[in-house]
Design a protein around this ligand. Sequence first.
Ligand code: PXP
Length: 240
Amino acid sequence: MLTLGVNIDHVATIRQARRTVEPDPVAAAVLAELGGANGITAHLREDRRHIQDRDIRLLRETVRTHLNLEMAATEEMVAIALDVKPDYVTLVPEKREEVTTEGGLDIAGSLEKLKNVVDSIQSANIPVSLFIDADEAQIKASADTQAQFIELHTGKYADAANAAIRQQELEALKIGCEQALSLGLRVNAGHGLTYINVYPVACLLGMEELNIGHTIVSRAVLVGMERAVREMKLAMRNCL
Ligand code: PXP
């Protein structure tokens, strides 16, 4: 069964815009689960620009589905993962100056380091997923790390300038998915997926989970606006 991991980072982005307490990504996770999310994903970035340490600790206590902790392969983050014990960890590349995760990890280029990181997390019975481009060498290197999962980066597919390029990128994801499965890896995918472009990726055979965030939070802001204004009018009613 294909599952949906809802990434709640951008609920925290709105909160951090004011450094206040709302909206709480922990509350958003509860509502996402009520809506049918099969898992909750949160990225604790080194610069803490959205999700905070407190969020991860509370999510660990409150998430009823599974918690996927996205993080960089750093000593600090490994220590947090071993302490919090999410249901799985997705390792992602991280640059301070980027707006969002820009590309997949270079597993082939830092194989020994990543083998050690994967081993230290999986030894604590926390499966690891590696966020990579659908590239043959990166998939092979991912299998060499003994990680249980990869997450195929769907950003190039999502950002394709025209239908022909999109089809080419979809084909690359399909081939990557098949290669990974044949090497014994389990396969997730995500980044840049929207209500409009998700369907062909959802149809890829053997795909296990799609991690989707920005488009769902964007939609939630809009579909919730009318009710939110109505509730504020109600809160003001005695003075109207
Ligand atoms: N998967 C990974 C590894 C990511 O880094 C992100 C973005 O944080 C996502 C999925 C979700 O991407 P989006 O917010 O574009 O749906």
